[in-house]
Design a binder for this molecule. Structure first.
Ligand SMILES: NC(=O)c1ccc[n+]([C@@H]2O[C@H](COP(=O)([O-])OP(=O)(O)OC[C@H]3O[C@@H](n4cnc5c(N)ncnc54)[C@H](O)[C@@H]3O)[C@@H](O)[C@H]2O)c1
Length: 441
């Protein structure tokens, strides 16, 4: 299949439900980068390169020079939150970035004021904001969001929009009847079905408005048949879920290495402490459960204990998150990994990652927004599995196991870009080099 990728002309609006730590760190970062104060470190779209052609061709362009992406100068930010604080105030509360940096971009941040949120306290009981829309039913709330989207696009002169969920993690729910088809979902919106989460209302409004959607939290959101069907029907790109940062990033870097060397794993105990608002929301067990399910799936998919029972059949995997206010956004994680090697001899690996949650997440939001917009311009609709690279719990077509190995995810992402632009895919087989040598003799 050949793609006709449209150019990234004009302005791109990035709309985020949830203007908290991650979203404000992204916005302040982009404004600071635009002024030349900082570098977009951690962003593949801005700093990553891609190999094209044969190794001997020496072609390694920057990704942003290879595929048509929106320039940072042409991005406009907007969003919704249950708190009315503008982005400067919210970023100050989040305490991720230094006051000096925030003051350097203060006017740009103060201009961005959240729109009233669609919110249901039953989905995040630790939040008490009241900057919230009212409506007779959930359909009316969805329509109010569609009106916000339309007005934002018009007021800001945007040519295209993308939506990235940066809102809090919602309570754990499983797919139910109301999620199974567009008809059931729309009837549920009208009857205020409690199984329709606020994030699903945003996703519905986005897709109905022609806006692609990426989900940064572990909520179901777009990972239900009704929304997948809606996205296909409207030709809209969707992806999810849960930004892959911190501990899970480390896991999907290390676990493929152990697996590649056929080393066994007996146990993997992961604990985290963090003290930001995300941590506070996750302190409620029903919200933690959503995150836990997302974090736990990773190792099973990489090690496949059922096909490797001698090496991974008895693996004990535990994940803990504890709210610890003194650390703020500076999450600390510990991993104790009990592995075994030749003849079953045991060894241990310890990881103590002192990370900064939002510093790791902000560039992912930027990349997801730019790549999702690219996918939309390339006519790629429905689930964008090639963006698995960014997620803890990648959304796939029904019946397909997600790929968690970060190196395979990167290869898939890069090959998708090559494919879009009509370049040869790279398999790393490399035999052709030797064939050439033989023929040259
Ligand atoms: N920072 C990371 O490394 C990371 C990694 C993976 C996933 N995430 C997820 O990203 C999301 C954002 O993280 P954060 O650290 O910015 O959290 P945060 O608590 O600082 O920000 C979330 C914001 O969303 C708002 N919100 C909640 N429900 C809303 C709704 N229905 N509509 C509009 N706004 C709503 C909250 O008021 C809050 O301001 C969380 O779900 C988190 O679990 C973060």
């Amino acid at each position: 299949m050949e793609y006709q990728v449209k150019n990234a002309d004009g302005r791109l609006g990035i709309l985020m439900p949830g203007l908290g730590a991650v979203a404000t760190t992204l916005i302040a970062g982009v404004e600071s980068i635009k002024k030349g104060f900082s570098q977009p470190v951690g962003s593949l779209t801005q700093m990553g390169r891609i190999r094209l052609g044969k190794r001997t061709d020496e072609r390694f362009p920057l990704i942003k020079e290879f595929v048509p992406l929106t320039d940072l100068e042409n991005i406009v930010f907007g969003g919704w939150d249950v708190y009315a604080d503008n982005v400067f105030e919210a970023a100050t509360t989040a305490k991720v970035l230094e006051p000096m940096l925030l003051h350097a971009v203060r006017p740009e941040l103060e201009r961005i004021v959240p729109m009233k949120a669609v919110f249901d306290k039953a989905y995040a009981r630790n939040l008490d904001g009241n900057h919230v829309k009212e409506g007779a039913d959930k359909m009316e709330l969805a329509e109010a969001l569609m009106e916000d989207i339309r007005q934002f696009k018009e007021t800001n002169g945007c040519d295209r929009l993308v939506m990235v969920w940066c809102g809090s993690t919602e309570i754990y729910i499983e797919e139910s009847g109301v999620h199974q088809s567009i008809e059931a979902f729309e009837a549920g919106l009208r009857s205020n079905d409690p199984n329709i989460a606020p994030s699903m209302i945003y996703a519905y409004a986005a897709i109905k408005s022609g806006v692609p959607f990426a989900n940064g939290a572990p909520n179901l959101t777009v990972d239900i048949p009704a929304i997948v069907e809606l996205a296909k029907e409207h030709g809209i790109a969707i992806s999810g879920k849960d930004f892959k940062t911190g501990q899970t990033l480390m896991k999907t870097i290390l676990a493929p290495g152990l697996h590649a060397r056929a080393l066994g794993v007996k146990g993997w105990f992961s604990s985290n402490i963090l003290g930001n608002r995300d941590g506070y929301v996750l302190d409620a067990p029903e919200n933690f459960k959503t995150k836990e399910v997302s974090k736990l799936s990773v190792l099973d998919e990489i090690f496949r204990p059922e096909s490797n029972p001698e090496l991974y059949g008895d693996m004990y995997h535990k994940v803990r998150i504890n709210y610890y206010p003194p650390h703020g956004d500076n999450k600390e994680s510990w991993d104790n990994i009990d592995i075994f090697g030749w003849l079953g001899y045991q060894m241990q690996i310890k990881i103590n990652f002192l990370c900064r949650d939002s510093i790791l997440a902000a560039p992912l939001v930027l990349d997801l927004a730019l790549f999702t917009d690219l996918a939309q311009r390339a006519g790629m609709s429905g689930i964008q599995e090639w963006l698995s690279f960014y997620y803890k719990s990648p959304q796939t077509a029904e019946g397909l196991a997600p790929e968690h190995d970060i190196f395979k995810q990167l290869m898939k992402l890069q090959n998708t870009l090559r494919h879009m632009m009509g370049e040869d895919l790279i398999t790393h087989l490399g035999l052709d080099y030797y064939q050439d040598l033989v023929e040259a003799l």
